[in-house]
Ligand binder design. Structure first.
Ligand SMILES: Cc1ncc(COP(=O)(O)O)c(C=O)c1O
Length: 382
């Protein structure tokens, strides 16, 4: 608030043509917390903007056009590119999709798209045989109309149902993408800046993307996003004539909010706090799952968790109706949650408590959820 107030009474807007101090401070501050070799950033206004710009950058640098996204991923709502890559939202809603966009099967251990059991899943074993990836890339390559440019994914697929890729998957995906000359773009809108208990979601798998986007809580409520990359990629993009901007892309007021939010995340130890909240939530959820067979699986990292509701633990049929009722009942009891999932499933209760929540607040929220899930009906089963 202080940073924003200061800028309101000095300078809030400035065209990108001129550098301003807050913008330079944000470039430096963000550079300090990026995973090396990521170090360069440009600023935009929304998460969707940043994804569009990241894809343009990959296309400029590789000279390719084809972009692949996971079939349960979500990357924004701008026409054309981001909504075309938001397969988790069902892109048929939007009419024609953008050329050069297609999907890869998302890794979803609970409902494996190539029917591997967790024991068979080679991603988890790391033995180099990744059936879902191999199948997806074969199909994708046969659909390519031009040279490939990039693969995009969220480190945890949030809106698609809080899907955590199995260990080894992201590295295998990166290796395959690089073999084809594609850059790896990570959308850290939902997972960046501490939310998963690490500063960046990609740090869990130690796979550094070639290009990364940051948005949502970056501006602590004010609209600002970033595209981050290596010096090498940034230089190449610039040499190839790449440009991405908006009138309000580098406003001192939003940049100051970005600096303040990074400062607060560091000063208040929110990375560690998000991790601790995650451990606390996992314990609560384990107890809930033991007592309630409506819960098929729970999964997540840091403050981002999904509770998948099923009609029957053997069939794993999605309990969409129960999820819907649970969301309403939670809301009536003072707990805001959402039902998420993709295709015909909306059966995952997504929980994203603030990183500044106290233990008591987490316990209270989990008690509400536990009580609601114990009461909620299975309308499909009636
Ligand atoms: C992972 C992810 N990427 C991108 C976006 C789009 O961000 P925005 O709504 O700021 O354009 C969202 C929005 O929910 C998101 O969840």
């Amino acid at each position: 608030m202080e940073a924003v107030r200061r800028n309101l009474s000095t300078i809030s807007h400035s065209t990108k043509t001129f550098l301003n101090v807050d913008r330079l401070q944000l470039h430096r501050r963000l550079g300090e917390i990026l995973t090396q070799p990521l170090q360069k950033s440009l600023f935009l206004v929304s998460g969707s903007d940043a994804i569009e710009a990241a894809i343009d950058m990959a296309r400029k640098v590789t000279g390719g056009v084809e972009v692949l996204g996971l079939h349960m991923g979500l990357h924004g709502s701008t026409s054309f590119i981001t909504r075309s890559l938001s397969f988790g939202w069902n892109r048929s809603k939007h009419g024609l999709a953008a050329q050069g966009t297609s999907s890869l099967l998302a890794p979803y251990p609970y409902r494996c798209p190539v029917a591997c059991s967790p024991e068979q899943c080679s991603c988890a074993k790391g033995n180099g045989h990744y059936q879902c990836l191999k199948t997806s890339f074969e199909l994708a390559q046969s659909n390519f109309g031009g040279k490939p440019a990039a693969v995009i994914l969220e480190p945890v697929l949030s809106a698609g149902g809080v899907i955590v890729p199995p260990p080894g998957y992201v590295k295998a995906l990166r290796d395959l993408a690089h073999e084809l000359g594609m850059l790896l773009i990570m959308d850290e809108s939902q997972t960046g800046l501490a939310k998963t208990g690490r500063m960046w979601g990609h740090q869990h798998e130690a796979v550094v993307p070639d290009i990364m986007t940051v948005s949502k809580h970056f501006g602590a409520g004010l609209p600002i996003s970033a595209v981050c990359t290596t010096a090498e990629i940034a230089d190449q993009a610039a040499a190839n004539g790449y440009v991405a901007t908006r009138s309000h892309a580098c406003d001192p007021i939003t940049c100051a909010a970005g600096v303040a939010s990074i400062d607060i995340i560091e000063q208040e130890g929110l990375v560690a706090r998000a991790a601790a909240i995650g451990q606390r939530m996992a314990k609560h959820l384990a107890r809930m799952a033991e007592a309630n067979d409506l819960i098929g699986e729970f999964r997540g990292r840091g403050v981002l968790w999904g509770v998948e509701l099923v009609l029957n633990r053997d069939s794993r049929a999605p309990a969409n109706g129960s999820a819907d009722l649970a969301v309403q009942a939670c809301q009536e009891s003072g707990l805001i949650v959402q039902a998420r999932g993709s295709q015909n499933r909306k059966n995952v209760i997504r929980l994203v408590p603030p990183m500044v929540s106290t233990d008591e607040q987490i316990d209270e929220g989990m008690a509400i959820l536990s009580d609601v899930l114990a009461r909620v009906q299975r309308p499909e089963a009636c």
